[in-house]
Design a protein around this ligand. Structure first.
Ligand code: ZN
Length: 230
């Protein structure tokens, strides 16, 4: 899953006063923490994509095993709690939960490629990506409800912050279309081969840049919207 990962982060972003002990831009990085590790490992050639029975799957034993994901979730929660000393255990659970939400959503869409621990032979995944349009509307739909929730619980300080969330939503929907639906449809036509894609370094850098650009953008919009008090 790609853009759908942001739904839990945005949903949380509505309520900073009573609800979320974490900024929306931080939540944006938390939900993609597992993929951030993945893209770093891709850059060094430790992980990547491969073809299994004609379908593209990921080779992600280190970043995406259930064990690594739980470990990373716990470490991220602990790290946040130490960084923001006043945030308490609630922040630990929120951050850990956001990081781990990535694995749950990936489990739904991935073709089986998620092991229980690094090096395990058995891999899991419900494979919604085999139905590209269903996967597309699932991810963008999740994202849409997140945005509606956030926008309806906050109000813009200036006009540009009223428009910006929807410009960002359309942009994210466009990115999702490019990275899932196109290869997905090409897989069904038998014309997509991820091993012929550009080098891992390109994949790594473009992936990481996308994550940090999205976190930066949401941080900018977040600063221009305040919680509704009525
Ligand atoms: Zn992932």
């Amino acid at each position: 899953m790609f853009m759908g990962h942001y739904a839990p982060a945005i949903w949380l972003g509505r309520d900073e006063k009573n609800g979320a002990p974490i900024k929306l831009w931080q939540a944006f990085l938390a939900v993609q923490m597992i993929d951030i590790v993945f893209f770093v490992l891709v850059g060094f050639g430790f992980e990547g994509t491969l073809i299994s029975n004609g379908d593209p799957i990921f080779n992600i034993p280190w970043s995406h095993s259930l064990f690594s994901s739980l470990l990373l979730s716990g470490l991220a929660g602990l790290g946040f709690k130490l960084w923001k000393k006043l945030s308490g255990w609630r922040a630990f659970w929120v951050v850990s939960g956001l990081v781990f939400s990535h694995w749950i959503l990936d489990f739904i869409v991935h073709r089986p490629d998620l092991p229980l621990f690094p090096g395990a032979d058995e891999v899991y995944g419900l494979g919604v990506w085999n139905f590209p349009w269903l996967a597309y509307f699932l991810e963008v739909g999740l994202l849409f409800f997140g945005f509606v929730y956030w926008v309806s619980h906050t109000k813009p300080l200036q006009l540009q912050y009223r428009i910006a969330p929807w410009v960002l939503f359309v942009l994210m929907g466009g990115i999702q279309f490019m990275i899932v639906t196109m290869p997905g449809l090409q897989v069904q036509n038998g014309t997509f081969d991820p091993t012929s894609q550009p080098q891992g370094v390109f994949l790594s850098v473009s992936g990481l840049m996308t994550f940090f650009a999205l976190a930066g953008t949401i941080g900018w919009i977040e600063a221009g919207r305040v919680l509704k008090t009525d």
